[in-house]
Design a protein around this ligand. Sequence first.
Ligand code: 5CU
Length: 400
Amino acid sequence: MSNPLIVDIHTHVYPPAYIDMLRARRKVPYIHDPSDGGPPRLIILSSDDDSNIPLDQRGRPVDSSYSDIQVKLGFMDKHGIDCSVISLANPWLDFIGEEQASEWAQKINNDLESTCAQVNNATALPDKPPRLFAFGTLPLGAPQQVAVAEEVHRISALPHIRGVIMGTTGRGNGLDDPELEPVWGALQDTQLMLFLHPHYGLPDEAFGGPEIVRRYGHVLPLALGFPLETTIAITRMYLSGVFDQFPKLRILLAHSGGTLPFLAGRIESCIAHERTFKVNGGSVPGPQRGIWDVLKTNIYLDAVAYGTAGLKAAVEAGGGSTDRLLFGKILSWCPTLVTFFDADIFQGTDHPFFPPLNEEDDKWTSVTTNYKAISASFGENEDAVAAVLGGNAVRILNLK
Ligand code: 5CU
């Protein structure tokens, strides 16, 4: 196969100004600089800030791969990635309220735009897409909800912004909050993609308490908490009728949709048996559009599933078409599905999270495993490989 275009749609940055802001904080999220000169620690998850763990060992080490765009470009070169759609990493601006939220959103979005413009001007190549595009961030904590929708409209005019990344809490009350309607309206009108990404996981109690969470480090929060958080958030949106009201919303779900593709049938069945929902003391009908229709029409998935079964569910949920899956970290694919389907799935790397396992590793295991699995699984179907690796992203996000 001739070299397919590779686009990474799940790849994060913390611009230097954001790093400085975390460094000045003393509560989650924050960066701690150990007094012995050891690597700074990124303490962003609530389970990271555990007083039973020495401060110098909390969270995870943070290096220049989190903030230096030249390091990102080096990572892209090393792994053959032609184009990345970068996004601010969690927890975005969720913890910033009042007027500062809008100031920060504008600062971050303008910074993302100018970074993309500078890099693309310096690296333009014939027959290749520009190297960088971005998902913007929103001032969800702004006092006036209209400020959030205004920022959506403002950044839709920036040449390199292709969507917005958002966590699952919205303005603090989840994504079925009527206060978010102007935001959904703005996203629908501008056709910016909403990249829905987890951060908060589940309460420690869901895993057996803090001691159990501490015992297994990041495994329970990241492997289970993150995908379930995404599933709950998107399900609440669906249950509240957001997709009936905004039928043209486009949402990219992180980590292959959490567990939504696997659980959609169960959600559908439970809605049918519940018949009506209790809202404000009254009884209202459930969502009018079927969940499979929403999955096929409004939802896009990255391929950060790390296993064949999860990816099979992701492909099936999109109507059996690889057209809706974008490169996240595709670790394995089901070869038989590829023969029959042509899906909107996108690939991504999750860089800079999950760095190499060994210091001497030149390439990141997650990424190389991913590539091998894609080519092994799609094997003969070169068109499907090319679509998932980059073609889907170029077409759907207009990366030109
Ligand atoms: O797996 C992931 O996507 C992540 C992420 O984005 N942020 C994080 O803190 N850990 C894992």
